[in-house]
Design a protein around this ligand. Structure first.
Ligand SMILES: [Fe+2]
Ligand SMILES: [Fe+2]
Length: 176
């Protein structure tokens, strides 16, 4: 980044890079988490959810790209110890990979962690480093709409899963 570009940042640049790297790690882990979920889920409704997870996974990768751009602009290096610097971390898929409701609940957990983090970071950089502030604000907006989208998706999925359970129970009783 140019001289003036550095001068206008009113927070220690190393601290800005550290915050950006922590968010960068979160995004990579979210990207990987959703990618992994999309590969391992099974069951009758898995296909729709698989596509949705892959789409979400790509969005998180694009967030990681935005963060890396700013890290480089500030003269920093992107962290490679993702687990060490991430605060939102990574959630293993549930043991039962056909439990799609749990999968969506884990996605929501991740999105909510991101919302809280970007909300804090956007506030922290407000009036201190406007460029970084804007990045965090944009990411916050994205995560807020992600959460809403997944929240809206969940009830329909729950209904389908309970209907399937009922008909499975019915079949076993009939067979008996
Ligand atoms: Fe994200
Ligand atoms: Fe997200």
């Amino acid at each position: 980044m140019g001289q003036k570009g550095r001068e206008i940042v009113e927070i220690d640049v190393n601290e800005v890079i550290k915050d950006l790297n922590s968010a960068y790690a979160d995004e990579w882990l979210a990207h990987y988490q959703y990618f992994l979920y999309a590969q391992v889920i099974d069951g009758i409704d898995a296909e729709t959810l698989k596509n949705k997870l892959e789409e979400q996974s790509n969005d998180e990768l694009n967030h990681a790209k935005e963060l890396i751009k700013r890290i480089r602009e500030l003269g920093g290096e992107p962290s490679t110890n993702l687990m060490d610097v991430s605060t939102c971390g990574f959630s293993e898929p549930p043991a039962d990979t056909s439990d799609l409701v749990s999968i969506v609940e884990l996605v929501l957990k991740g999105e909510r962690c991101a919302i809280e983090k970007y909300n804090n970071l956007a506030k922290k950089y407000h009036m201190k480093d406007l460029v970084t502030h804007e990045i965090f604000e944009e990411l916050l907006e994205d995560e807020v709409s992600d959460e809403e989208d997944w929240e809206n998706f969940l009830p329909g999925l729950k209904q389908k899963q309970s209907r399937q359970q009922q008909s499975a129970e019915l079949t076993t009783t009939t067979i008996r």
